[in-house]
Ligand binder design. Structure first.
Ligand SMILES: [Zn+2]
Length: 301
């Protein structure tokens, strides 16, 4: 049973909403790429993990703190007599371990994900001890991308390679598990300790005036123009899209970027660069969002 679903990290949502509207600096663009890739991998992992048939509690995306140190967990799985800590990597290409170093086949050293896993494991063990839970913890480093290989992978290690995913799951499914209130309490304790607002979030500064206005095509990131009464057309890829659903999407992006600005007919009119009349915007907002207040002071959520 999934106790905590995975959601797109806020940092990723903000960067995705900014991308078509602002020239991103190279390091911001590369951060966006890393986040997108990481999230894709985690979604793949979740899909694979639906094959898990054993009674369990699954908590995704935890940010925890122990003795003033923060650490992240991609997935945490509670079964009767085992706790599983999963670190998911979406790397592709050939890599190898050179002692403590993790390198690309070309020899370039990159961050060793085993170190990250060890750190999370040590901190989590400390936290479990503080909470008074004594169930053995197994760490796993899952390389989810089928295009990834680790040359000369060590035989005994927490690493799960793409070619081992099926067998790994078979083994996971071989154990029997019956959960009790003890397990539920552990899940609840971890959920209550989860830190919602990540301090690691790095987004560039932006303001309303500095962003390009308009409605963005979900397919290619280009801007729409009005095609007919009910359709937009993307000036970049030619896709036609229903104006209502695109406007709802664009309002969502606006809310992610500017949680402090109220959604009103006027603010949406400005945000979308006057592509639709205020009358049409008012109708769309009224039909698709809930609103607070009357007429001139009305805003939407
Ligand atoms: Zn397009």
């Amino acid at each position: 049973m999934i106790v905590k679903e995975r959601t797109k990290p806020e940092e990723l949502e903000i960067l995705l909403a900014l991308k078509p509207r602002l020239e991103l600096e190279e390091k911001v663009a590369s951060n966006l790429y890393t986040l997108e890739k990481g999230y894709e991998g985690e979604v793949q992992f979740d899909k694979w993990f639906t094959n898990h048939r054993v009674e369990s509690l699954i908590i995704n995306d935890l940010l925890l703190e122990v003795n003033g140190t923060l650490f992240q967990i991609d997935s945490f799985v509670i079964t009767q007599d085992r706790l599983h800590l999963f670190e998911v990597k979406n790397l592709e290409g050939d890599y190898y371990l050179d002692g403590e170093k993790f390198k690309t086949a070309a020899g370039a050293e990159t961050k060793n994900p085993l170190h990250q896993l060890n750190r999370a494991e040590a901190l989590l063990k400390q936290l479990l001890k503080n909470l008074g839970f004594y169930i053995p913890l197994e760490p796993h480093l899952v390389f989810i991308n089928p295009e990834f290989t680790l040359l000369q992978a060590p035989v005994k290690s927490p690493i799960v390679l793409p070619t081992q995913l099926n067998r790994f799951m078979k083994n996971m499914n071989r154990v029997s598990s019956k959960l009790t209130s003890k397990h539920t309490k552990l899940a609840e304790a971890l959920l209550s300790l989860h830190i919602k607002k990540s301090p690691f979030s790095r987004v560039p500064e932006y303001d309303f005036d500095g962003l390009r206005k308009g409605v963005i095509c979900e397919g290619c990131g280009g801007f729409y123009e009005l095609h007919s009464k009910s359709k937009f057309i993307c000036i970049q890829c030619g896709q036609l899209k229903n104006i209502d659903s695109s406007m709802v999407q664009t309002v969502k992006e606006f809310q992610i970027l500017f949680p402090e600005i109220k959604v009103t007919t006027q603010s949406v009119f400005e945000w979308t660069g006057g592509i639709l009349s205020k009358k049409t915007i008012r109708r769309i907002l009224k039909v698709n969002l809930s609103y607070i207040g009357e007429f001139n002071r009305r805003y939407y959520e």
